[in-house]
Design a protein around this ligand. Sequence first.
Ligand code: URA
Length: 214
Amino acid sequence: MSNQDNILVLPQTNQLLSLYTIIRDKATSRSDFIFYSDRIIRLLVEEGLNQLPVTPRTVQTATGVNFDGVTFQGKICGVSIMRAGESMEQGLRDCCRSVRIGKILIQRDEETALPKLFYDKLPEDIADRYVFLLDPMLATGGSAAMAVEVLMSRNVPQERILFLNLVASPEGITLFNKKYPKVKIITGVVDQGLDDNKYISPGLGDFGDRYYCV
Ligand code: URA
């Protein structure tokens, strides 16, 4: 059963649109691609943090008056799906100093053409944390689904997983949300669909290549 409440798309402001216009442009240099992608990643991380529960906390201000505020409840960690997801780690670190970050490597099995888990390294106490799952492109949803299975096998409840991505396909969102209705998807934009090569269209090409290669 799907749960639309757990699909969050960033507000489509002109500012956000201008950032996407730059990173979608195939003529954009690598350094600009990194700079403007990082700005979007920052917005995604901030939105993810917005979703976490808080408890009341009162502090005394420099004027000697009390201020009734809040503080975050619980611990978080990041888990990046290698390699493209690693591009989102710094954005998380910029907001959460010394945050623990785990990694999952999933690649296509050349024999079966299905995603296969090759490697994972996760914080020992991941079951006690909120997990920011990082992968910039939600295309078919196959890798993300496998990553969620890995997290669930480590006793992370779906409710504590927030899946952050820059561009999503409607197909990927539907499949993922049906399978894991309690996982929150936080995306910057939902594109038209997948092309014959399972790339997101109009998309921006291969995110990892554009971020890491010249
Ligand atoms: N991964 C990418 O980098 N781009 C896509 O369009 C789909 C998956």
